[in-house]
Every structure is written in C-alpha cells, then in structure tokens.
Design a protein around this ligand. Structure first.
Ligand code: NAX
Length: 331
C-alpha cells in the first residue's frame, strides 16, 4: 500500500465535517486503495465535540484510516498536510453586514494561511468551502504567497452537481449521463448555472428539455436558491451533498476529470481571453478539466449575449468582495 495522504479538515466538529470525514475514510475522495491520515481542526469551544468525532472514527475501524490528529492548534493541524479542506470559518448570520463577516474571516484565514504555508507539504492542494468561499480562498491565497495560486481553489462543485441533478430530474436521464453544465462566478445567488454546452443522454440539454423559458428562468433560480431550499426543509444547511461534492472536487483535481467531461471549480482567473474576459486575480468558478493534478479552464466555448451579461454580473459581485477584502487586509 502507498504512503498515506494527509488530509486536513477544518471545522471538523461541524456538520459538513461530520459527513466528510467518513467519506474520506471510505476512499470517496482519493480512491479505494489510498490510505489516509486525517487532521481535524476546530476551535476550543468545539474541542469536546471534536474528540467525539475522532472517537467515532476510531470506532468505525476504517481500513484506510492510518491515523488521526484532532486538535485546536492550527500549526499542529497543518503539519505535513497534502490536502487541506477549509470548512471552518465565520458564516454570515441574520442581520450581519457583509463587511463584518469578511473582517472576521480575514482574521481567521490570515492565521490559517500562514500555518499552511509554514507547515503543509509542498504542493499541498487547498479547497475552501466556508462562505464567502470565493473570497475566503482569495484571502487565504493572499496570506500564503509561497503556496502557488493554482493550488488554492473554492467549492462550486455542489452548485455544479445541483445543476446536473435538476437536469436529470427534468429529463429522466440518469445523472451519470448528464454532463458539462457550468457554474460561472461566485458561490452565491449571483452564480450563473449555464446549460448551453451540456448534454443529457448524449443530446444537448436545451434539445433534451425543449423548454428554453424553464432553462433561462426556473432552472437558474432553483440552482441558485437550492441552499436556501435545503435550509427551509431541513432547518440545517446542506451537509451530505456538500461533503460529497468536496470529495468530487478533490478526486477530479488529483486523479483527473473523466475524458470528455468537465467540472466547475472556483480558481484564480488568469485574465484575458483564456478566462473568457474575467478579470485577472478574481477567484471565479470556471469549467475546468484536470490532468496530472493541474486544472485548466476549458477553452473555446461560445458565449452568447445573455450568458455574457450573467457572467459579468457575478464577476462584478466578486470584484466588490475582493475590494472589500483588500481594504480589510490593508487596514
Ligand atoms: P457548522 O457550523 O456546522 O460547522 C462549522 C465548524 O467550523 C464548527 O464546528 C466551528 O466550531 C468551526 N470553526 C469556526 N471557526 C473556526 C476556525 N477559525 N478554525 C477551525 N474551525 C472553525 O457549519 P457547516 O454546516 O459545517 O458549514 C461550514 C461552512 O460551509 C459554512 O461557512 C457554510 O456557509 C459553508 N458552506 C459552503 C458551501 C459551498 O458550496 N461552498 C455549501 C455548504 C455550506 O453552506
């Protein structure tokens, strides 16, 4: 058996952490033959709950699990890490100003970025899940200049999978035969779920569904608002689907996307034509393929006027968040 891969989960005592850790131990993230060591980080008020999670992981006797580091010390958690999944953060509560939340996350991500830079293994891949995910990832990248910018990403795979799920439900085509939807932009309600290049059962999605009004209206709103619909139904935010999408994101990044298939990832925009005109330096969700542990943006897609406007609107929101983060960093 190969040497174990060290996977860090921050916010590990929370609900996504509780769903994600067992998936990683079952091989859903890195493959059924890849042993793992889990590094679980949370904050002191959650220390006892974190211990409970570690106890349950021991009790599950996973053959792939070769060790657990459960700690509230960020430096200890980051030591020798190959994959870092950043789930812990300060989410926006009711009535909170965006700037206030961002200020809290600048403080958190500053510390965690430095610890990762200093203690993680070279080549460590980072996935930020905690909201505002795109901007938290940008802040982390900013404070960890030694980590290559390409190695810091954020999660929009859940939105991508939600889009595939909606197309599958509408067409009756199994979700495994729905391909190449795109989430453009921010992991927020301004995201643009785009089906113009996707297929269902081998047919273009627009043809398979035959209802442009639905695709341009209800479909987009459903994907954009799915998180809120889950909260309304469960009284808790998405956890199992988020954890499963985290595994999909890392698995495809590390092991490669299947031939003929692309996925959505929040990555730093290289700017210019290769980034469909999205400003350089924004953490923006693009369609990507992955080979040998590296992502590249799918090239040459035709963008119609309607799509252009939606892609620009979500870019504008990210630009605003970036400016706010920069202001807080400079303060
Ligand atoms: P929970 O509140 O259940 O868990 C969060 C955990 O993070 C808690 O145990 C908390 O103690 C810990 N934490 C807080 N600050 C920390 C810090 N500085 N270092 C380490 N741990 C810290 O939230 P959960 O439902 O698990 O969601 C976690 C995050 O994912 C939230 O920010 C949420 O908004 C975000 N989401 C992002 C999604 C995406 O697609 N990008 C979808 C799912 C989810 O809503």
């Amino acid at each position: 058996m190969a040497a174990p891969v060290h996977v860090m989960i921050t916010g590990a005592a929370g609900q996504i952490g509780y769903a994600l850790a067992p998936m990683v131990c079952r091989g859903a993230m890195l493959g059924p033959d890849v042993p793992v060591v889990l590094h679980l980080l949370d904050i002191p008020p959650a220390e006892t709950a974190l211990k409970g999670v570690a106890m349950e992981l021991v009790d599950a006797a996973y053959p792939l699990l070769k060790g657990i580091v459960a700690t509230t010390d960020v430096a200890e958690a980051c030591k020798g890490v190959d994959v870092a999944v950043m789930v812990g953060g300060f989410p926006r509560g009711p009535g909170m100003e965006r700037k206030e939340v961002m200020g809290k996350n600048v403080a958190i991500y500053k510390g965690q970025a430095s610890a990762l830079e200093e203690h993680a293994n070279p080549g460590c891949k980072v996935l930020v899940v905690a909201n505002p995910a795109n901007t938290n990832a940008l802040i982390l990248s900013n404070y960890a200049p030694k980590i290559p910018k390409e190695n810091v990403t954020c999660l929009t795979r859940l939105d991508h999978n939600r889009a595939l799920g909606q197309v599958s439900e509408k067409t009756g085509v199994p979700v495994s035969d729905v391909k190449n939807c795109i989430i453009w932009g921010n992991h927020s309600s301004t995201q643009y779920p785009d089906v113009n290049h996707g297929t269902a059962g081998g047919k273009p999605i627009r043809e398979a569904i035959g209802d442009d009004a639905y695709l341009d209206g209800e479909f987009i709103a459903t994907v954009q608002q799915r998180g809120a619909a889950i909260i309304a139904a469960r009284k808790l935010s998405s956890a199992l689907s988020a954890a499963s999408s985290v595994c999909d994101h890392i698995r495809d990044w590390v092991n490669g996307t299947p031939p003929g298939t692309w996925v959505s990832m929040g990555v730093v925009s290289p700017g210019g034509e290769a980034a469909y005109g999205v400003e350089e330096g924004l953490m923006y969700s693009f369609p990507v393929t992955c080979v040998d542990g590296k992502w590249s943006i799918v090239q040459g897609l035709t963008i119609d006027e309607r799509s252009r406007a939606l892609m620009d609107a979500t870019a504008a929101e990210l630009k605003e968040e970036k400016a706010m983060a920069e202001e807080l960093i400079a303060a």
